[in-house]
Write a protein that binds this ligand. Structure first.
Ligand SMILES: Cc1ncc(COP(=O)(O)O)c(C=O)c1O
Length: 388
């Protein structure tokens, strides 16, 4: 049998686990898709509904909830609040950013990679009608060597837009190193951190990145329908989004229909009415992430991903994610010859996982434990015909 690692990190992981009711019914290893729902997050949505029943409308309070999410997100990223836009999705943030970039000068190249989530490829290809040239760096055996970035980023590159952790197989990129190459060559860097934030510390200043997108439904424990875009302070006022709306205005309550006067903060990358119920849930989810702390979370996830890799190796299953812990995120993937069937079959044993492109995605969060992993592997051993 593989090693069972005792919970440590100074946290009472079992007590934390008890705050996620679904874990009593399911072996839930699918946080790369959607986090388990915490009781506090559930209660926050009930509070919103009660609030509506009690008060009808309370816009000052609701806009305040959006500000609370902005502040909490900024604290998580090591950013200032005025560098964070609260958006409806990562796509909304990327679209707003892309709309503010100009592709008609000598720098019109957008560098993406094989690791991107579709939205962070498709939006950039959509800019080709505005003069952008998209260059995609191919992965080599599930890796993108830094030398590739050195080769492809050049004096024509406007922006490098890439994922911190790849959603298909969980490989992690060295974002500070990529940002350093981009900066040295005069290009901007945008990181899609959706599969990373909430699983590891990420200080945007230390990483030297210009933009970060992510959202609240996965490791940040919130809900769908709310996300964020970080924009480095020094860039904000040089970028004027054309994908916009009244909540991006300098003075929202001016109700101006004569001109476009965007906010001088990252709020200029927002658009319409904030997704009020989602702000309640995002605020509650982020509060738990802060309470547990990103370093403790990273260390706990590290114990769990190690147990998953050890069990896979012992059973002879083929890993699609890198073995080196420095090179993968919270998701460990196994090659399958029929991944959809494997996911459906595991669901019959109350095991929730997901898949992409022949990879079974096993994605623990701090609320999982070794018993979850043992249960999963007992079930996998009975389905070896679906593994390679
Ligand atoms: C890496 C990554 N980027 C972006 C998204 C989703 O973006 P959006 O909020 O636009 O749906 C996901 C969701 O699965 C993702 O894994």
């Amino acid at each position: 049998m593989y090693k069972v690692i005792k919970p440590s990190n100074g946290q009472d992981w079992e007590q934390l686990r008890s705050r996620f009711p679904v874990l009593q019914k399911k072996t839930y290893l699918n946080s790369c898709s959607y986090a388990a729902l915490a009781s506090e997050v559930e209660a926050s949505l009930k509070r919103y509904l009660e609030h509506r029943n009690d008060k009808g409308a309370d816009w000052d309070y609701w806009v305040g909830r959006n500000e609370a999410v902005r502040n909490s997100m900024a604290r998580l990223l090591g950013a200032e609040s005025n560098e964070v836009a609260v958006t409806a999705s990562a796509s909304a943030g990327i679209n707003s950013l892309a709309s503010a970039l100009k592709f008609d000068g000598p720098r019109n190249k957008v560098v993406i990679t094989d690791f991107e989530f579709p939205t962070n490829a498709q939006i950039w290809y959509a800019q080709e009608s505005r003069g952008a040239r998209v260059v995609r760096i191919a992965q080599e055996n599930g890796r993108i060597p830094l030398e590739k970035f050195e080769q492809v980023i050049d004096e024509e590159t406007l922006i490098v837009a890439t994922a911190q952790v790849a959603f298909r197989h969980g490989a992690k990129q060295d974002i500070p190193a990529i940002a350093e190459i981009a900066r040295r060559k005069g290009a901007l860097t945008m990181v899609d951190s959706y599969q990373a934030l909430g699983t590891m510390p990420f200080d945007v200043k230390k990483a030297g990145v210009d933009f970060v997108v992510g959202g609240m439904l996965k490791y940040l424990l919130g809900t769908a329908g709310i996300a964020f875009l970080y924009v480095r302070r020094g860039l904000i006022e040089s970028l004027t989004p054309t994908v916009t709306g009244w909540f991006a205005a300098e003075d929202i309550m001016a109700m101006d229909i004569t001109a476009y006067t965007p906010s001088t903060t990252a709020r200029r990358f927002e658009a319409g009415t904030p997704p009020v119920p989602n702000t309640y849930m995002a605020e509650a989810g982020l509060a738990i992430v802060h309470e547990v702390g990103l370093e403790a979370i990273e260390s706990r996830i590290g114990q769990l991903t190690t147990a998953i890799k050890d069990a896979s190796i012992e059973a002879g299953y083929r890993l699609a994610s890198p073995l080196d812990p420095a090179r993968h995120g919270a998701m460990i993937t196994l090659r399958s010859n029929d991944d959809n069937r494997l996911v459906a079959s595991l669901a019959e044993d109350n095991i929730v996982v997901s898949c992409r492109n022949g990879n079974l995605r096993i994605s623990p969060h701090f609320y999982n434990n070794e018993a979850d992993i043992e249960h999963l592997f007992r079930a996998l051993h009975q389905r070896q015909n679906l593994l390679v």
